[in-house]
Design a protein around this ligand. Structure first.
Ligand code: PLP
Length: 393
């Protein structure tokens, strides 16, 4: 099948947060603003998912639903096996209405108020806000930015992990926003340090499918078969297949005691009955028949990145693109301009009307940077870059 990602599909009257509700995020956005913020793709959904949803809608009843079927687990575990050569026992997979809510519940379940939780900024900002909302302490282990790329600071991590008050680390793998797909060696070193000091790891791997051609994502727990009960991996079909509006995530908890606590927590405290009826069908179809569509999307994203690189080289040579090994969120370094952050935001978001995310949202380490969602049609990307070039040159 040939997929067309060049034709823009309007979000008008689809309740789109990215397009119709962007003012909730950026009050100065106007109808001309190009939204390149939240991690949501402007590509039409895979045909097999649409067909499965149509079929399900035609059944006409949407009562309380459960995903505990052998078809569902075969689809999810089959995907993990095919894409990552990763065997996951279906018993370990629990449902959450999203990865961010799951991270919140897990912080509450795994730590006590006042405990330290380590994160690696600049990083996806809900990590910090969830730690704070649950009354835990944010412990930063900032990434190192050297020669235009990011790496982990293991010396600093060792110091933080050694402190007995720090009980948990939230890993972003692949990393949003810096675009790193951590190598086996990097993950091995991180895990060795954490387990040596009894630090539990939540490994947020929601972007695991979105890697460049030739780049390999390694699920952290594959490297630590003996310690996998000390790792919880968060996954979802939402980024891969652009299904965030259906709200389904698969969280992998191997420790049966923690799993029991999780089930009690979501049942008794949150009263979450189960996924919505359509999300189950969509996830199952995506993980069973979505591979061809995903490969086409990945190829399109690779081309968008090449387009972005060549545009920057030609028209905005002072802007550096941090190598984007994974995700579709480009981390752009504007430090060569020397602008204060407000001026950068003013020019790009308010004057050019291109809604990128302010780098400082991801931590103070993001000063001088902006995050650009490039999962859109090439012509929108072109228009956005042309507008940016006007206000920067
Ligand atoms: C690293 C990371 N985790 C989680 C999420 C969102 O997860 P959910 O919508 O399932 O809460 C995102 C979305 O951008 C993300 O980048």
């Amino acid at each position: 099948m040939v997929y067309d990602f060049d034709t823009f599909v309007s979000r008008d009257q689809t309740n789109s947060v990215k397009w119709e509700f962007m003012q909730m995020f950026e009050p100065k956005a106007t109808p001309e603003t190009i939204p390149m913020w939240v991690a949501d793709m402007d590509f039409p959904c895979a045909q097999p998912i649409l067909e499965a949803l149509h079929k399900r809608v035609d059944r006409a009843i949407f009562g309380y639903s459960s995903h505990h079927t052998s078809e569902y687990y075969r689809a999810v575990c089959g995907w993990f096996q095919r894409r990552f050569n990763w065997n996951v026992d279906s018993v370990s997979i629990v449902f959450s209405p999203g990865v961010v809510p799951a991270i919140g519940y897990l912080i509450d379940l795994l730590t006590e108020p006042g405990d330290g939780v380590i994160i690696q900024p600049p990083v996806y900002y809900p990590f910090k806000s969830k730690i704070e909302v649950y009354g835990r302490k944010v412990v930063n282990n900032p990434l190192l930015y050297q020669n235009g790329t990011y790496s982990m600071d293991y010396e600093d991590l060792e110091l933080k992990a050694k402190d007995p008050k720090n009980k948990l680390l939230i890993l972003c793998s692949p990393h949003n926003p810096v675009g790193r797909v951590w190598s086996k060696e990097e993950l091995q070193t991180l895990g060795d340090i954490c387990f040596q000091h009894n630090v539990f790891i939540i490994s947020d791997e929601i972007h695991f499918d979105l890697v460049r051609k030739g780049v390999i994502h390694t699920p952290l727990e594959k490297l630590f078969p003996k310690q996998k009960e000390r790792i919880i991996t968060t996954t979802a079909p939402s980024k891969t297949f652009n299904l965030a509006g259906l709200q389904l995530a698969n969280i992998i908890i191997h420790d049966p005691e923690i799993r029991d606590k999780w089930y009690a927590y979501v049942r008794d405290r949150l009263s979450i009955n189960g996924p919505n009826a359509l999300s189950i069908v969509a996830a199952q179809a995506a993980y069973t028949h979505g591979e061809e569509w995903l490969e086409a999307v990945l190829a399109y994203l690779d081309e968008n990145i090449k387009f972005l690189q060549s545009f920057l080289a030609k028209h905005l040579p002072k802007v550096k693109l941090v190598p984007l090994e994974g995700t579709y969120l480009a981390w752009l370094d504007f430090t060569a301009y020397g602008f204060p952050q407000e001026e950068l935001v003013r020019r790009i978001v308010h004057e050019a009307k291109v809604l990128l995310e302010d780098g400082t949202l991801f931590g103070e380490e993001g000063k001088g940077f902006m995050r650009m969602n490039i999962a859109t049609t090439r012509s929108i990307l072109d228009e956005a870059l042309a507008r940016m070039a006007k206000v920067l040159t």
